[in-house]
Design a protein around this ligand. Structure first.
Ligand SMILES: C[S@@+](CC[C@H](N)C(=O)[O-])C[C@H]1O[C@@H](n2cnc3c(N)ncnc32)[C@H](O)[C@@H]1O
Length: 301
């Protein structure tokens, strides 16, 4: 009987059964919980995501795939949805035991034979076309139901690009779509850490010039090198906390993927200190636009 794990809890926070199957969409290679069969799993540990639709989708999926009577432990930091977990599980018809440790709430449930509201929660958190975007998206992916203002700032600043390029942290493909409007773009390698975003981008960027990879870009992916351009709106949060090293790693990855003379177009929140890593990795760095809390840089390798 399979044991399931959703997410990457801090070491020692919970006891993870040996060989547990990882299901987080943010861990490349993990299985997709939506593809697991009903009532087949023996236990589940779920580090619940903070967004309501995403959280309820994951909890409902976990209850769906557990056999009746099997244990589910759902947990989250108190200030990131932990205090709402009990109510969410009770809404599905579970009897919930709760405790707290290391700033987290833990909810313990034995999967009841009769559940309520699973289909509704699964439908509300599933991928769909978001009409405000005209794109496939899913609750939980970056800026899932509205265009990100940083990406829009970069789109309005970009020149018409050409040749072979990459979109690092492509999300559902908003920025990539704008880049592909230029016929001189011959190839665009897109990548993101979030499997759900990658699957949406595959729908949204149905173009023979595009490849979309599920990858952690803190290191350069194999294959895409000597590119003419990179575009990116790099992440600066990891697990909910600001992580400036992430953007700095994206800058190093972009530089490693470009040919000499190739350009990186980057948008960042104005407060982020990217000038020094850009200056270290590129031969010239020019601030091309500033406004709305964002800065757009053109960095030439
Ligand atoms: C600011 S968003 C930009 C999204 C997209 N380019 C757009 O136009 O809206 C940053 C993206 O980076 C992704 N990301 C976060 N950490 C990553 C990592 N280590 N490797 C690859 N992608 C990552 C996130 O999932 C998110 O989609």
């Amino acid at each position: 009987m399979t044991d399931l794990l959703y997410g990457a809890p801090a070491p020692g926070l919970v006891e993870v059964p040996k060989g547990a199957q990882q299901l987080s969409p943010l861990i490349p290679g993990a299985a997709d919980i939506a593809k697991l069969p009903d009532a087949g799993a023996g236990s589940a540990l779920v580090l619940a995501p903070p967004g309501t639709l995403e959280r309820d989708f994951v909890l409902a999926q976990a209850l769906r795939v557990l056999r009746p009577g099997a244990p589910l432990t759902a947990f989250a930091p108190k200030d990131k949805g932990g205090s709402r977990l009990k109510k969410a599980l009770e809404g599905f018809g579970c009897v919930v035991g709760e405790d707290a440790r290391r700033h987290h709430r833990f909810c313990h449930v034995l999967r009841p034979a009769k559940l309520t509201g699973l289909a509704e929660a699964i439908a509300a958190g599933a991928p769909r076309i978001v009409h405000a975007l005209g794109l496939w998206s899913q609750p939980g992916v970056f800026s899932w139901d509205r265009p990100d203002p940083g990406s829009l700032k970069l789109i309005e600043t970009l020149p018409v690009l050409g040749g072979r390029g990459a979109d690092l942290g492509c999300g559902i493909g908003l920025l990539a779509r704008a880049v592909l409007a230029a016929p001189a773009v011959t190839a665009l390698a897109c990548a993101d850490l979030d499997r759900r975003a990658v699957e949406c981008a595959q729908h949204n960027l149905d173009d023979p010039r595009v490849s979309v990879a599920w990858a952690d870009l803190r290191n350069p992916p194999a294959g895409a090198a000597d590119l003419d351009f990179v575009v990116m709106n790099p992440p600066f949060h990891d697990g909910g906390a600001e992580d400036r090293a992430l953007g700095q790693a994206f800058i190093a990855t972009a530089a490693a993927m470009l040919r000499r003379g190739g350009v990186c177009w980057l948008v960042a929140n104005r407060h982020l200190p990217y000038e020094a890593p850009l200056g270290a990795a590129f031969s010239s760095v020019t601030l091309r636009a500033e406004g709305g809390g964002y800065k757009v840089y053109e960095a030439r390798r």
